[in-house]
Ligand binder design. Structure first.
Ligand SMILES: NC(=O)C1=CN([C@@H]2O[C@H](COP(=O)(O)OP(=O)(O)OC[C@H]3O[C@@H](n4cnc5c(N)ncnc54)[C@H](OP(=O)(O)O)[C@@H]3O)[C@@H](O)[C@H]2O)C=CC1
Ligand SMILES: O=C(O)C1=N[C@H](C(=O)O)C[C@H](O)C1
Length: 264
């Protein structure tokens, strides 16, 4: 039995994660970490399901008292980093869906996981289709190095560009020659018109109500274009990946950044 703590259980993703964990035979929901309702039981909180599971506000206290195997964090960039560090310091294996981590954050947390010999996962996107979209984009970039990333999300999203867009740009950068795209003399007459810049690639972030999570990677070559697109229509699309990440974290003793390393 894998004993799991979920941080952010009232959120869009946290709610689905609570359902996934409670419906998985080999998982037990040991506690939740919420910004409010410290010391209460989930069943006494209107916004949470009717479960006899304790609520903590302080992650450190939760880990010391509950001693879970895995933390699933689905909060916000600042909180996610703090929770992940506390998890590793307390012998808990973190599975982090929260986005907004910098390369420096990942490097620092990777060293800590290695020092503690604990499995840890930071997954910018848990959806299997999104992992394939990223892998296919990396494959395409070998042959069509001119690429622009257009990500589209709901307007409650805090971080831009999305973790998925950054990860896609990193994967493309691994395989293509350094390249500055567009006209060398191009000028933005409105700041931001060409989007964010990542190793010469452009990332465009769209935020609108009605959207969930969508990304298109657009490649251009002489006389042709190629579009690789993924759409998440709901948050259930991420849950098989969250389950897989929890199982993988239990078998690892290092940090893995990106589920593409788990789904070979
Ligand atoms: N890797 C992936 O596949 C995916 C990752 N994400 C990422 O997951 C994160 C959450 O997304 P989403 O569920 O849509 O966001 P929501 O805003 O719906 O949920 C975030 C939750 O975290 C809670 N929270 C904030 N601070 C704390 C804290 N200190 N302790 C405990 N809980 C806290 C919030 O509580 P309150 O409402 O009270 O502030 C809220 O309930 C984001 O970073 C997003 O980018 C999202 C989808 C897929
Ligand atoms: O905030 C979201 O919703 C999502 N965040 C992740 C990201 O930043 O890439 C994953 C998915 O796109 C949904």
């Amino acid at each position: 039995m894998t004993r799991i703590v979920i941080a952010g259980p009232r959120g869009n993703m946290g709610k689905e994660a609570v359902t996934m964990v409670t419906e998985t035979e080999e998982f037990e929901l040991a506690a939740v970490i919420d910004r409010k309702y410290d010391g209460m039981s989930m069943r006494d909180v209107d916004d949470l399901p009717n479960l006899d599971v304790p609520v903590f506000t302080d992650a450190g206290e939760c880990f010391e008292k509950i001693k879970p195997d895995v933390l699933i964090d689905l909060t916000n960039p600042q909180t996610g980093k703090v929770h992940m560090k506390q998890a590793l310091l307390n012998g808990v294996r973190p599975v982090i869906g929260t986005t907004g981590f910098t390369e420096e954050d990942v490097a620092e947390l990777s060293s800590l996981a290695e020092e503690k010999e604990l499995g840890a996962i930071i997954a910018p996107n848990f959806a299997i289709g999104a992992i394939l979209m990223m892998k296919f984009s990396q494959m395409a970039a070998r042959y069509m190095p001119d690429a622009e990333i257009i990500e589209q999300h709901h307007d409650r999203k805090l971080d831009a560009p999305s973790g998925t867009a950054v990860k896609t740009a990193q994967l493309i950068s691994e395989v293509r020659q350094e390249k500055q795209q567009g006209h060398p003399k191009e000028e933005e007459t409105l700041p931001g018109a060409r989007g964010a810049e990542f190793d010469g690639m452009r990332i465009h972030s769209v935020r609108l109500p009605g959207l969930v999570a969508h990304q298109e990677v657009l490649f251009g070559g002489e006389g042709q274009t190629l579009k690789i697109r993924h759409d998440s229509m709901n948050r259930r699309s991420f849950m098989p990946g969250v389950k897989l990440a929890c199982e993988a974290a239990m078998k690892l003793n290092v940090l893995v950044y990106g589920l593409e390393h788990i789904i070979e």
